[in-house]
Write a protein that binds this ligand. Structure first.
Ligand code: NAG
Ligand code: NAG
Ligand code: NAG
Ligand code: NAG
Ligand code: NAG
Ligand code: NAG
Ligand code: NAG
Ligand code: NAG
Length: 270
């Protein structure tokens, strides 16, 4: 048998094996939510299917509600997605309690990142709210719209509370939220906090550890919630376990190199 024929046989065998190992899935196409484009590593929850398999990072699935993207974070906390910068890898979120009451928002949830691959941006700072305080230093500015009769509510930049007073002990509830530093008017926090909260806060996202190999092989990382394992979705729509350059492709490239080498050598022989 000629070298060429045996090469063809080996080649078709590998193609056959390779095609057995994969099955087709829809590509990781961007989707619109209103005017916002949602694309990898974010993805859109589909209300009519249970998203057992998706393309994107776990925890980065947004719900599209009234043409606005909403991100649900661990602990049943909802945030409006104001902006996703895909080149800068930043995400701007607004507390959902602020978007529903813009004039006098009362934040109800502490912000925390849990295990998501997100970090606070250096642009952020934290505000501490103390609601329904029954006792307080009389000269400290309070939030008029969140104060009822003699109960007052206060807001401070975190760790810059009026000293010598135990705020958490004298108030009903403490909530800590993030805002963008530049939106804060330090001289008028009690009047300006709602505008600052409406502008949201910025988070940087990094890559998921289990997705790096896949992304480096030009694949899109996904997750199979039924099997509880990561997927690697390749440009041809196939899914692999963790990379689009599987062992077989490596062998195939090796075979190809071997063949080229021998062809060139054979040509020299003629
Ligand atoms: C949502 O899922 C249903 C059922 O799987 C499918 O028919 C529909 O096209 C999906 N919608 C979007 C926007 O992907
Ligand atoms: C977050 O949004 C979901 C879906 O709309 C809703 O079921 C859930 O109750 C919301 N959570 C809170 C704390 O409002
Ligand atoms: C997105 O991030 C990049 C890189 O940080 C930055 O140059 C660009 O201005 C940002 N785009 C917007 C619309 O903010
Ligand atoms: C918005 O805040 C104001 C002032 O606290 C309050 O009277 C009103 O009920 C709030 N509206 C909603 C929808 O929460
Ligand atoms: C805001 O609070 C979070 C959670 O406690 C913390 O990780 C973060 O460093 C704080 N940010 C600033 C600017 O202090
Ligand atoms: C005032 O705050 C206390 C707790 O600090 C709370 O029990 C009480 O219901 C509040 N009063 C009003 C009118 O909201
Ligand atoms: C928010 O976090 C503070 C501590 O930083 C805690 O004392 C407070 O109870 C939390 N508030 C809520 C609503 O979970
Ligand atoms: C604080 O800000 C509010 C809202 O912008 C404004 O109405 C109020 O006049 C400001 N107060 C001072 C003392 O600047």
């Amino acid at each position: 048998m000629s070298q060429f024929l045996s090469y063809l046989l080996i080649l078709s065998f590998f193609f056959f094996i390779n095609s057995l190992g994969t099955n087709s899935t829809p590509l990781c196409l961007p989707q619109y939510c209103g005017e916002d484009i949602i694309r990898y590593p974010f993805w859109v929850h589909n209300e009519s299917s249970s998203n057992q398999q998706y393309c994107g990072y776990p925890g980065f699935g947004v719900r599209c509600e009234n043409d606005k993207a909403v991100l649900g974070l661990p602990g049943d906390r909802n945030y409006s997605v104001k902006d996703i910068n895909y080149t800068g890898h930043t995400l701007t979120l607004v507390d959902i309690d602020v978007t529903t009451n813009q004039t006098c928002p009362r934040p109800r949830q502490n912000f925390s990142l849990e295990t998501l691959p997100l970090k606070y941006s250096s642009m952020d700072l934290n505000l501490s709210f103390y609601f329904n305080c029954i006792s307080y230093p009389p000269t400290v500015p309070f939030i008029p719209c969140l104060s009822i009769s003699s109960n007052r509510s206060f807001v401070f930049v975190e760790n810059h509370e009026t000293e010598g007073f135990d705020w958490s002990k004298n108030c009903e509830e403490t909530v800590v939220v993030a805002v963008t530093q530049t939106q804060i008017n330090m001289g008028n926090l009690t009047g300006g906090f709602s505008a600052a909260m409406n502008d949201g806060f910025v988070l940087d996202w990094g890559s998921v550890k289990d997705c790096v190999t896949c992304e480096n092989s030009e694949g899109y990382c996904g997750y199979d919630a039924t099997a509880e394992e990561y997927l690697c979705v390749c440009n041809d729509g196939s899914t692999n376990s963790n990379s689009c350059k599987g062992m077989l492709s490596v062998i195939l490239m090796g075979t190809d190199a071997w063949f080229r080498f021998h062809m060139i050598n054979s040509v020299h022989c003629f």
